[in-house]
Design a protein around this ligand. Structure first.
Ligand code: G4P
Length: 529
């Protein structure tokens, strides 16, 4: 197959949702359609279960699963689909944000009873900022939930989306009769039998036909007719260009658990979802069909076995072909690296591949040279943008609890930060190290992993920080900036890239500083123009 055909047949996307909305179930059903797995229950959930085990053990269990589910690839109707897994737990939000830099589109799963939940709001906001095309799947239609129109309203208001229903439910919960597919103009009747692999759809080209009454009963048929009229009156027609620009979001209804409405979603997805998209680097826009290879690291996974300290770096291919045993430039280190056993991912297996194409993810064995955000090329100096760090929510001093193991501790901290487990800040005035995390769970993970993988012990000390802000000024020599540096000395730190960060102890102090030093910009993320 030609290079261009290979690119055009790839769809790389992520499924995002609030925990429990049905992301794992939907993923599994998509894999079943692709023939990538044979039975339900094959995809392990990477969610953190609270309960019997302590939190960090649970995270270790989750970490074990997460390599297997990082990329789930399968073929469907000649299309190569790569699903990038995103953890739903809010303490791992940063992982999900980074994964979103590597997808070309997303499917958002919403629970019909719970509606738009907190995690969904945050994740969709990131997608909207990046104009990522979004399809919405409203799940659990076999259960009682919110009225379809109310839910569509809620999605528009809370998520700021412009929805276009491409399917519509006939009843709900106990009365759920099926789905009218506006996109394909047919009806899929619900039998509640999750075992059926192929859904039978009945073509209904004219909703006023008597056939509809025979299928779903007169009352349901009339309601559907009215509702579809309303849909046509309220919502615009679907426009693929608007969807691709992030201005319109098609909506599907279904029940992942019952494998209902999933095929409709998948069939529409492969038709409308974007093929690999160009990506902006600091230097220029890079197109997928360029001959020369380039890609970037969006995730690093450490080996679970402490005796083998190698890691797997996940690289999204942006342009050209990635070939085994070919030297590529690691742009940050200015070193050429060759990879003898790059992994490609298929469902839950990984295999060594000779060649991969834009849109694909390759897993590269790494002994510690990669950091999240690193770029690989055939020689050109390119730095891909768009993997910013966000201000952590929690901040603690990290202290060495075993003076004999200082070296191990610093190496461990360094590597865990490269993996993106947390962020490290070094205070300017006394050199003390501060760990910032999105969730409190990560402190346990870091302590546990430092001990088990690096033989180092640490303790923490609380530190009162409201937000970390990255500082930017036009003129470092200005009186204003020098005054800021002097007055705020105790609150200034460096991140791992040696960028200056202000650790504001309260919202008030941040606002006062913004007022007092108007020439300084306080950024909430580490990447800015
Ligand atoms: P997540 O990955 O988004 O966190 O959600 P997951 O797929 O694990 O689904 C969460 C729960 O919702 C699961 O039940 C799952 O079976 C159920 N579920 C998913 N889709 C549907 C659906 O269409 N209808 C109904 N009624 N339930 C659905 P659980 O009891 O928490 O887990 P399990 O024991 O079934 O695995």
């Amino acid at each position: 197959m030609s290079f261009l055909k290979e690119i055009n047949r790839r769809r790389t996307f992520g499924i995002i949702s609030h925990p429990d909305a049905g992301k794992t179930t939907l993923t599994e059903k998509l894999l079943l359609f692709g023939g990538a797995i044979q039975e339900a229950g094959a995809v392990k959930s990477n969610k953190i279960k609270k309960g019997a085990t302590s939190d960090f053990m649970e995270i270790e269990r989750q970490r074990g699963i997460s390599v297997a589910t990082s990329v789930l690839a399968f073929e469907y109707n000649g299309v190569k689909i790569n699903i990038l897994d995103t953890p739903g737990h809010k303490d791992f939000a940063e992982d999900t944000f980074r994964t979103l830099t590597a997808v070309d589109s997303v499917i958002v799963v919403i629970d019909v009873a719970k509606g738009v939940e907190e995690q969904t709001e945050k994740l969709v906001e990131v997608c909207r900022m990046r104009n990522i095309p979004i399809i919405v799947f409203i799940n659990k239609m076999d259960r009682e939930g919110k009225d379809a129109f109310d839910l569509l309203d809620e999605i528009e208001q809370k998520l700021g989306l412009k929805v276009v229903p491409l399917s519509f439910p006939i009843g709900m919960g106990y009365d759920f009769k099926g789905i009218y597919n506006i996109w394909e103009k047919n009806i899929n009747l619900f039998s509640g039998n999750s075992r059926k692999d192929i859904e039978e759809t009945i073509e209904i080209s004219d909703l006023s036909s008597k056939e509809l009454d025979n299928l779903v009963g007169e009352t349901a048929a009339n309601t559907l007719r009215e509702e579809i009229e309303l849909v046509k009156g309220i919502y615009p027609n679907f426009d693929k260009g608007e969807y691709l620009n992030g201005n319109q979001q098609p909506v599907f209804f279904g029940s992942a658990l019952n494998n209902f409405g999933v095929r409709e979603l998948l069939d529409c997805f492969i038709e409308i979802a974007p093929k690999p998209r160009p990506k902006q680097s600091e230097e220029r826009l890079v197109k997928p069909d360029e001959k020369k290879f380039s890609g970037f690291v969006f995730k690093i996974h450490a080996n679970m076995d402490p005796n083998h300290r190698n890691r797997l770096a996940f690289v999204k291919i942006v342009s050209g072909e990635f070939k085994r045993n070919t030297p590529y430039l690691h742009v940050r280190n200015k070193k050429k690296l060759k990879f003898s056993s790059p992994n490609a991912f298929f469902a839950e297996k990984k295999e060594i591949v000779d060649i991969s194409y834009p849109g694909d993810i390759v897993g590269l064995q790494d002994t510690g040279s990669f950091k999240i955000g690193d770029t690989l090329t055939e020689g050109e100096i390119l730095n891909y943008k768009g993997i910013p760090s966000f201000s952590p929510e929690h901040f603690r001093y990290i202290n060495n609890a075993d003076p004999m193991k200082a070296k191990q501790l610093y190496k461990g901290i360094d590597q865990l930060m490269d993996e993106g487990v947390a962020q490290l800040f070094t205070l300017d005035f006394n050199g003390r190290k501060v760990i910032g995390t999105v969730g409190a769970l990560q402190y346990e993970v870091i302590q546990y992993r430092l001990e088990h993988e690096y033989g180092a012990k640490c303790t923490y000390e609380n530190l009162n920080v409201h937000k970390a802000c990255w500082i930017q000024t036009e003129n470092e020599k200005s009186e204003e900036f020098q005054d800021f540096i002097r007055v705020k000395q105790r609150y200034l730190a460096r991140d791992k890239q040696n960028q200056l960060v202000f650790l504001a102890d309260s919202l008030f102090s941040l606002q006062m500083s913004q007022q007092k030093y108007p020439s300084i910009t306080f950024h909430m993320t580490s990447e800015f123009e």
